[in-house]
Design a protein around this ligand. Structure first.
Ligand SMILES: [Zn+2]
Ligand SMILES: [Zn+2]
Length: 213
């Protein structure tokens, strides 16, 4: 748990959860089903309450990102859930997600999505970048104020910066195209679901990866 940039905190559960403390408190991803007590504990340390949460972004429907959502929504019923409109149907369970066996298990309670996101839309100051391939409706979020890309599982930095293991990708080719798409943006800092943050020079690192794909 750490404040990586001013008003930007990262908490590691199984996948990383992010807190953006601006006019409104924003969460990105909710960890596994057992993560919410730790997330709420961290909020307390920030001297904030669950009722301060304005928006909860879900980058994609995998259990280590959406798992804690239902429990958090119980504590913060006024918080709006935001996800890409394709992914929203899997998060709410209007549709059954049939990803590769490694990550397809969708045991989370279906939770309605309040804000349907599209590529290029700005929500809570974050620009939505549609990065499908890991799941069909995966997104990344660009925070221009902090020159920060929150990539979700569009890339992985456990070890060298790389693509996600194809066992978990619904469409490996599309996943790589999404990394090339991210390489067209400029950002100093990069965080993602799995692995260490990159603070400084981050978009060059993504470009270096993209040319190898
Ligand atoms: Zn994932
Ligand atoms: Zn993940």
């Amino acid at each position: 748990m750490a404040e990586l940039l001013k008003g930007f905190h990262m908490m590691e559960t199984f996948a990383n959860t992010f807190f953006l403390v601006d006019q409104r408190l924003v969460l990105v991803d909710t960890g596994t089903p057992d993560a919410p007590p730790t997330i709420l504990e961290y909020l307390k340390k920030l001297r904030m309450n669950p009722s301060d949460i304005g928006t909860i972004f879900i980058t994609h429907t995998h259990p280590d990102h959406v798992g804690g959502l239902a429990a958090l929504k119980r504590e913060a019923p006024a918080a709006k859930v935001a996800a890409h409109r394709i992914e929203a149907d899997f998060i709410s369970k209007k549709k059954t997600y049939t990803g590769p066996p490694g990550a397809a298990r969708q045991t989370h309670p279906g939770t309605p999505v309040d804000i349907l996101l599209d590529d290029g839309k700005t929500q809570d100051g974050l620009r939505v970048i549609f990065t499908p391939g890991h799941t069909t409706g995966s997104i990344s979020l660009l925070d221009p104020a902090r020159s920060l890309l929150i990539a979700g599982d569009a890339v992985n930095n456990e070890g060298p910066l790389r693509s996600m293991d194809d066992r978990y990708n619904v469409d490996p080719r599309q996943h790589r195209e999404s990394i090339k798409k991210l390489a067209a943006f400029d950002f100093e800092n990069l965080v993602m679901g799995h692995g260490s943050p990159i603070l400084g020079g981050a978009s060059k690192r993504v470009r270096d990866l993209a040319v190898t794909l």
